[in-house]
Design a protein around this ligand. Sequence first.
Ligand SMILES: [Zn+2]
Ligand SMILES: [Zn+2]
Length: 172
Amino acid sequence: MLSNGPFEKEFLRRIALAVESEFRYQVSTEECHLDLNPYYNPARRQYDGNKLLHHLYGCTQNKYDRLICLFRIDLYIPILTYIFGQAVLGEKTAIASIYRLRNELYGLSKDEYLLLSRAIKEVIHELGHTFGLLHCHVPSCVMRSSTYVEDIDQKSSSLCNRCRTLFEEGQK
Ligand SMILES: [Zn+2]
Ligand SMILES: [Zn+2]
């Protein structure tokens, strides 16, 4: 897991632990200092998720089994107003951002615990796509798609039984 911070170490450690227990993969965490200017779209005042993903894919594809880079910036893809994260199905690389996971953005008071729990779900969800998992309709499943932050709060951070079986079959 890369982080394009700043992030608190403990915050990243908690996410890494959650990922390890869900996928039973060992997670290493590394800071990266990517120049984000090339991905900024001044008209939208957001960062292009597809371009970032493409860049990360290009420079890391042989280095890791799976890679997710965590940001604090507002991400978008051309067809959507914003995204929480992005991955290409079955490819190794994913991105996620906490920008729209923060209560403060919605005029609510800061809640570090809620932010962590949303970030964990978002990271596990995007990594699920890298393992070939599609969106799932089970309400509590972490692979359920989320348009609004409330949708993230409604689901758990775990795969449902069906998604877990698919994941495990994919590991063989
Ligand atoms: Zn998804
Ligand atoms: Zn599921």
